[in-house]
Design a protein. Structure first.
Length: 151
């Protein structure tokens, strides 16, 4: 009888642990927000929506990123601080990117003349969950146009 109770308890624990298996957060590009403009360059915030698909809250402990316009690296970094996202919820994350106009060359020309440019944001995110930390890569790509600029 004790063996059966132990087996049933073990089955419940295994089912509970299976439900805690974390899904990686979904990271989607939302646009850019202009922070500062100078004669030599600018600072923008890359705005991402980070969604937690899990039935439990997660902590974004680290988020490293690189932003590319066409194949040109525009900027990279990792914001300071930690972000908590409740179960099945999302948060907006602003990633600062400073760049000089001259380093972008044809990308700026293409954006001015055509009004749009291909982009790619990629990196990795370290997620804290009730059963430990997990590191997951992310990548989002598309076409950016001036209408996507967030004021």
């Amino acid at each position: 009888m004790k063996a059966r109770l132990a087996l049933v308890a073990l089955a419940f624990v295994a089912a509970a642990c299976a439900s805690l298996r974390p899904e990686p957060p979904q990271v989607d590009f939302r646009g850019v927000a202009l922070k500062d403009v100078a004669l030599s360059g600018a600072t923008i915030d890359v705005v991402l929506a980070v969604r937690n698909p899990n039935a439990f809250g997660i902590d974004i402990r680290r988020l490293a990123y690189s932003l590319y316009a066409d194949s040109t690296l525009v900027g990279m970094g990792q914001p300071l601080g930690q972000l908590q996202i409740p179960a099945r919820d999302s948060s907006i994350v602003r990633l600062p990117v400073a760049f000089e106009y001259r380093s972008l060359g044809m990308v700026v020309v293409q954006l001015i003349t055509q009004g749009e440019v291909n982009y790619k944001v990629k990196g990795d995110v370290t997620v804290g969950t009730p059963i430990g930390d997990f590191n997951r890569p992310f990548e989002s790509a598309g076409r950016f146009n001036a209408r996507q600029a967030i004021r």
